[in-house]
Design a protein around this ligand. Structure first.
Ligand code: ADP
Ligand code: ZN
Ligand code: MG
Length: 496
């Protein structure tokens, strides 16, 4: 369907765009990771044979009654807390009526005027700008629809198929305030939201599997104007890259329309990743009237103080706080703190390793550098690292207290990665312990100096950087086992 707005003005130039401010609000759907669906006992599972995980309830058979899944509510509460929302003690399910082949009931069970949670926020940081809070208007629970399949069958040119396995999967919808002003802020908001929900453990938030879906509302207004412009809702943003591209395209399109004297039409548009453009889908006149009314088959959802308190006390530390703690308590640079909170598993791993080693900064280097390198090479995630956090911590401790040189520690870590052995046993078996004994090192240093009179002369005549050459020679003579600091000390003493 072509809408009027597509008979379009040219995209705006950078100069024209600079005269406007974009206003963006996101609506995000997250599939909760429960074992069963929200109102029945069917498995909540991705990838099974079509229409196998269904029952009379999720198929919407007359007379079949929904029963609310307690775990889904608990995950939804956790999602709300992870996003700094106030949880309402009473929320009400409502029917949202519309017709679509993937919706066998003819309505979605959602929440309307009394949602589960309200008044949240996410703090985002865009490079070069101060941190900014983006408000969350509301979080409500609802059931998912099925899937229409338009491709992949030999008669797909004539028919579409319907898979109802997803029908009745538990969702939360998270609606933001219109407080983002650029595609970068929208990107940062969605990243932080995803990370918080992953830390809370309520969803994998895997966008490829559709566990995280995002619609973007975009409008533009001349800079300095208080009122918002007319908004357009963009659907089908199934990656972070597409979210950013679609918003940037839409800003340019809308400014182009405004600058050529046109009017922006309130409508729903689809992002086409191949064209890199948004295309008109339906206008406001064609918008649904959902005829919401309270769901008669479910009682209001009441959350007791006791339940809420219990969920609250079991919440893990959220990524934003964790980054701050890593910086403050462990002295990490902001960049390292961000990398090490990239997932809850990585943050937990690093935390334990740092505590074991007693040297958090050195542990950060080894975790981000060598261990991640080995994991990447083996195609593994931190969750299945053959080197446990405690073992990495032990290795780092040996480096920190001079028992093992950094150079040899790299080899030891590679062996630990291969065999799962501890650093201590590898070092002992292979005789790799660092040589810190001054007597031993002085003797070796003396041999090295004697064998290289020219360099010794250079050092004594003021070219002190030659010390690196001598340290290298001592290392060579000890197969890398000399403690570099102790070796340098011994050499300096000898060379006067
Ligand atoms: P609707 O009535 O169309 O559902 P809402 O006011 O409920 O609109 O908002 C839906 C989403 O659109 C929210 O995320 C909100 O932040 C965002 N939004 C509202 N107005 C605008 C606007 N003028 N420009 C951009 N986004 C907006
Ligand atoms: Zn079912
Ligand atoms: Mg709305």
């Amino acid at each position: 369907m072509e809408s009027m707005a597509d008979v379009a003005a040219p995209l705006a130039t950078a100069n024209q765009i600079a005269k406007y401010e974009a206003v963006i609000g996101l609506e995000v759907h997250v599939q909760l990771g429960t074992k069963t669906k929200i109102f029945c006992a069917c498995p909540n599972q991705f990838g099974d044979a079509p229409n196998t995980n269904v029952c009379p309830v999720c198929l919407g058979m007359p007379g079949a009654l929904p029963v609310l899944n307690r775990q889904a509510v608990e995950y939804a509460i956790q999602a709300a807390l992870a996003l700094n929302c106030e949880v309402r003690r009473k929320s009400v399910f409502a029917r949202k009526n519309y017709f679509y082949p993937d919706l066998p009931k003819g309505y979605q069970i959602s929440q309307y005027d009394q949602p589960l949670a309200e008044h949240g926020w996410v703090e985002v940081e865009v490079e070069g700008q101060p941190p900014k809070r983006i408000g969350i208007t509301r979080i409500h629970m609802e059931d998912d629809a099925g899937k229409n399949i338009h491709e992949g069958f030999k008669d797909s040119d004539r028919y579409s198929y319907v898979d109802l396995n997803r029908t009745g999967s538990p969702l939360v919808e998270i609606v933001s305030e219109p407080e983002m002003r650029s595609s970068d802020e929208a990107f940062a908001y969605l990243s932080e939201l995803k990370l918080a929900l992953q830390f809370a453990g309520v969803s994998s938030c895997d966008m490829e599997k559709g566990h995280l879906r995002c619609d973007a509302n975009v409008s533009v207004r001349p800079r300095g104007q208080a009122e918002f412009g007319t908004k357009v809702e963009i659907k089908n943003l199934n990656s972070f890259r597409f979210l950013k591209q679609a918003i940037d395209f839409e800003i340019s399109r809308q400014v182009g329309v405004a600058e050529s004297g046109g009017k922006i039409v309130q409508e729903t548009r689809l992002y086409d990743p191949v064209l890199g453009e948004t295309l008109g889908m339906r206008s406001k006149e064609e918008a649904h009237d959902y005829r919401y009314f309270p769901e008669p088959d479910l009682v209001p959802l009441l959350i007791s103080d006791e339940w809420l308190a219990r969920v609250k006390s079991a919440m893990p530390e959220m990524p934003a706080l964790r980054r701050k703690r890593f910086a403050a308590d462990y002295g990490l640079r902001p960049y390292d703190a961000a990398v090490l909170t990239g997932s809850r598993a990585l943050a937990d791993f690093y935390d334990e390793a740092a505590k074991t080693s007693g040297d958090p900064r050195l542990t950060a280097n080894w975790t981000i550098g060598d261990l991640q390198g080995l994991l990447k090479g083996a195609g593994k995630e931190i969750e299945d690292s053959p080197v446990s956090a405690a073992r990495l911590g032990e290795l780092v401790a040996m480096v920190a207290n001079g028992e093992l040189t950094g150079k040899l520690a790299k080899d030891v870590l590679a062996k630990m990665f291969e065999t799962g052995e501890s650093a201590v046993s590898i070092v002992e078996r292979e005789g790799l312990k660092a040589i810190s004994d001054t007597g031993v090192l002085e003797k070796i240093a003396a041999q090295v100096v004697e064998a290289n009179p020219k360099q010794a002369e250079q050092y004594r005549s003021g070219k002190t950087s030659v010390i690196q050459f001598f340290v290298g020679q001592v290392m060579k003579a000890t197969r890398g086992q000399a403690n570099p600091a102790a070796a340098t000390e011994a050499l300096k003493k000898l060379l006067g």
